[in-house]
Design a binder for this molecule. Structure first.
Ligand code: NAD
Length: 338
């Protein structure tokens, strides 16, 4: 099938090039995002492939449909960046990669925990400057620490498994009580109990109207002093200003985030020669006990290989049968966002 790939980086072209040896689709890679300015490039392509920071609204979908596009292949699990109802009305199918490597994201959450706890980010700079003082680098044993997991699906369960390996006590908050987590000895509690009892809290639930700003000033007021908060899920789960206030008061003792609510204007681009205009984001970077990574939790070679293989299989399946097992079901998507 003829596929226009938007918003591609060298690593996308590398992994998709390898996976396409089996599928033999006619791929054209574009570096630019899919936007009003670039959408004319998609004319004549029955399939268009985009990433999480390409936003498709109703008028863009209409332009794509007029140009002959029948399929949007998302190189992601999330689909909140596409107007699903508009796509449905235009007869455009949306397919996605439901799971590619839950280990990648869970392991990155653990990387943030270990770095923040043992202050690896600060030690790295100190040693390079010839400063071998360990003053200010004091950590705590994770063994017997209480770890709260909000959202115990695929990623949350693997995260819980790793933390159990450190000898942590596990608390969970999710209406779904995952048998894997129960076997690990996780105790499911209310959100208030989890917030009040945990030394470390890690977010692994999706962003929905229900979970938007789940961690706000009210939630932060319930934390033990000095709690570590980790977010590798979606930026909108945390009210950033409330987190800044929590860091200033000491309620939050450590913050590790791979996602940020206004990340669309920042992440995935090299802005090192530009003046960043987002003062809230810049304030976060001034804290010694905050680590921000730019939505890289998914970024392992296994995950990229899986994303490439599943995306191209989705396109092949659509080409051969007109449907796909990984199509986003509009009714289910609307129901799950209620
Ligand atoms: P999943 O669907 O397997 O699990 C999500 C869990 O969250 C489910 O058990 C669900 O019941 C639970 N949940 C839903 N609403 C909740 C609420 N209000 N409170 C508590 N729990 C709730 O999803 P997954 O594969 O484990 O992915 C989890 C999240 O990780 C995704 O939604 C996505 O936002 C994020 N993610 C981030 C990256 C990254 O690179 N940073 C990559 C992939 C996924």
């Amino acid at each position: 099938m003829k596929v226009a790939f938007f918003n591609t980086k060298p690593y996308d072209r590398q992994f998709f090039g390898i996976a396409n040896e089996q599928h033999q689709h006619e791929i054209v890679f574009f570096e630019s995002h899919l936007s009003h300015e670039t959408i004319s490039l998609a004319a004549g392509f029955p399939a268009v492939c985009i990433f999480i920071n390409d936003y498709l609204n109703s008028s863009m979908l209409q332009t794509l449909a007029q140009g002959g596009t029948q399929l949007i292949a998302l190189r992601s699990a999330g689909f909140n960046h596409v107007d699903l109802a508009a796509a449905h009305n235009l007869g455009i199918q949306i397919v996605r990669v439901p799971a590619y490597s839950p280990y990648a994201v869970a392991e990155h959450a653990v990387a943030l925990i270990l770095s923040l706890n043992r202050k690896v980010h600060r030690a790295y700079n100190r040693v390079r400057e010839g400063n071998f003082s360990i003053e200010g680098l004091l950590g705590f044993d994770l063994h017997e620490a209480t770890v709260g997991v909000i959202g115990t699906g695929k990623i949350g369960a693997i995260f819980a498994q790793i933390m159990r390996g450190f000898g942590c006590k596990l608390l969970g908050y999710d209406s779904y009580h995952n048998p894997t987590c129960l076997e690990l000895g996780m105790e499911y509690v209310s959100l208030s109990e989890l917030l009040a009892q945990s030394d470390v809290i890690s977010l692994h639930c999706p962003l929905t109207p229900d979970t938007h700003h789940l961690i706000n000033a009210t939630a932060i007021a319930k934390l033990k002093t000095g709690t570590m908060l980790i977010n590798t899920s979606r930026g909108g789960l945390i009210d950033t200003q409330a987190a800044i206030d929590g860091l200033k008061s000491g309620a939050i003792g450590y913050l590790g985030i791979d996602v940020y609510e206004q990340e669309a204007d920042l992440f995935f681009e090299d802005l090192s020669n530009e003046v960043i205009q987002d003062d809230t984001f810049q304030r976060l970077l001034t804290f010694p006990n905050v680590i921000v990574t730019g939505h890289q939790a998914f970024f392992t070679s296994q995950a990229l290989a899986n994303i490439a293989e599943t995306t191209l299989s989705n396109i092949t399946e659509f080409e051969q049968s007109g449907s796909c097992v990984n199509a986003v079901n509009l009714d289910k998507a609307i129901a799950s966002h209620k």
